[in-house]
Design a protein around this ligand. Structure first.
Ligand SMILES: Nc1ncnc2c1ncn2[C@@H]1O[C@H](COP(=O)(O)OP(=O)(O)O)[C@@H](O)[C@H]1O
Ligand SMILES: [Mg+2]
Length: 394
């Protein structure tokens, strides 16, 4: 909707104002009247006028003085002025500072048509300017929107590129991680084939057999773990990771896990100690809790640089808390949040790491139990991972 155009007429004689008002009246205009310069100024500061028609000769502040004041004020500087003066008067007053075309003159007695056509020109100019301004604003808005869209597009593109890079890296990692145990298995098979062909008896020695099978089993288990991890990630991603809570006792579970990992611990030259003084029962998914503890312990063995690893179980009526502490290199503050992200592997550890899924899956499992998994660590001072499981949930 177009706003009404506002016009200001200033004259000390009410009859002159009335006459002008009659000439200027129009559906789309509002005409404001002032009988003095002061009154006019008050109106000028309050409204946005398309045009001011000023009587030159007024007692007190005359038309020129009023124009000077208007010129000196930011809000009124741009308003075009038409001076009304008696015919024959000298009007070469210097209006420096006014835009060209922004000042005009009318002579008394007023010629109705002349007044109308002059005012129409100014009003049309004003409308045009308003329209241009609206367009500029609209254009600026469109430009800003475009800019925002572009920005979003840019971000999405970067995100996509990162995702593609991660996928490529991931594929080569998985391939590598699977290839290593498969290589070993393949070698073992070749060896057995040779032994069978040559009929080498000692190849069938039960002791040798036992060791061979144990080696094979380790390779197979590591591949199964890897594939299970990947399946877990895809379950998490599609929101299908579920837990099956049942009556679970944690100290027994920890004893079992620690015993299972003791051989691996000896191999890395460190010892796992367990401090679980009391039984702690709750409603949790035993296999998933075991998975988390195994992840934390294998990390501690892998990144703990052969230092003693300490597992502790504590509980109050609200929650059970399992901490796994190592004395390794620790994790820099700025890295600590990242290690719980998928595919994040500390590159600073210098140890050949896994796929970087263990902690991500573990945290998700903790949260599926309404629990938490957190780390506290200072570089050089080891790391402590804490799994907290509420006892009231479920
Ligand atoms: N006990 C720890 N001490 C130092 N760094 C650790 C420890 N546990 C995990 N990290 C860091 O967190 C990263 C992510 O761990 P994780 O998700 O288990 O993946 P992965 O073991 O496959 O690398 C590891 O690569 C390692 O840099
Ligand atoms: Mg790990």
């Amino acid at each position: 909707m177009l706003e009404r155009t506002k016009l200001l007429i200033v004259d000390d004689l009410p009859e002159n104002l009335r006459a002008l008002q009659a000439l200027l009246r129009d559906e789309e205009r509002t005409v404001y009247q002032a009988t003095s310069g002061d009154e006019a100024l008050a109106l000028l500061l309050e409204h946005d006028f398309a045009l001011a028609i000023l009587d030159v000769q007024m007692p007190g502040m005359d038309g020129f003085e009023l124009a000077e004041l208007m010129r000196g004020t930011e809000k009124t500087r741009h308003i075009p002025i038409v001076f009304v003066s008696a015919a024959g008067k000298e009007l070469n007053y210097a209006f420096k500072g006014y835009e060209a075309g922004a000042v005009d003159f009318l002579y008394k007695p007023l010629d109705g048509d002349m007044v109308k056509s002059k005012v129409n020109v100014f009003v049309a100019l004003h409308r045009q300017r308003q329209e241009t301004q609206r367009q500029v604003v609209a254009l600026e808005k469109a430009r800003a929107e475009q800019e925002a869209t572009l920005q979003a597009l840019h971000l999405a593109q970067e995100e996509l590129q990162r995702a593609l890079r991660t996928r490529d890296e991931f594929m080569s990692l998985v391939a590598h991680e699977l290839r290593t145990p498969l290589n070993t298995l393949s070698l073992e098979t070749q060896l057995r084939k040779l032994q069978i062909e040559r009929g080498v008896q000692e190849g069938f020695n039960p002791e040798v057999w036992k060791k061979m099978v144990a080696r094979d089993d380790r390779q197979i288990q590591s591949m199964i773990r890897l594939i299970d991890d990947m399946l877990d990630v895809s379950r998490i991603r599609s929101g299908k990771l579920s837990i099956r809570p049942a009556e679970t006792e944690l100290s027994g579970l920890l004893q079992r896990v620690v015993a299972d990992l003791s051989r691996q611990a000896r191999e890395t030259g460190c010892e796992i100690s367990l401090k679980a003084e009391q039984e702690v029962r709750g409603h949790w998914d035993e296999f998933r809790i075991e998975q988390v503890i195994v992840n934390l312990l294998t990390n501690a063995l892998r990144y703990g640089c052969g230092t003693p690893v300490e597992v502790k179980l504590e509980a109050d009526w609200r929650a059970a808390r399992i901490t796994v502490r190592d004395g390794g290199k620790g994790i820099a503050e700025e890295t600590q949040a990242r290690i719980f992200e998928p595919f994040e592997r500390g590159l600073d550890t210098g140890v050949s790491a896994g796929l970087g899924l263990g902690l991500y899956i573990s945290k998700q499992l903790a949260e599926a139990h309404q629990g938490t998994l957190s780390v506290s660590s200072a570089p050089g001072d080891g790391s402590t991972f804490t799994l907290t499981l509420p006892r009231t949930a479920g």
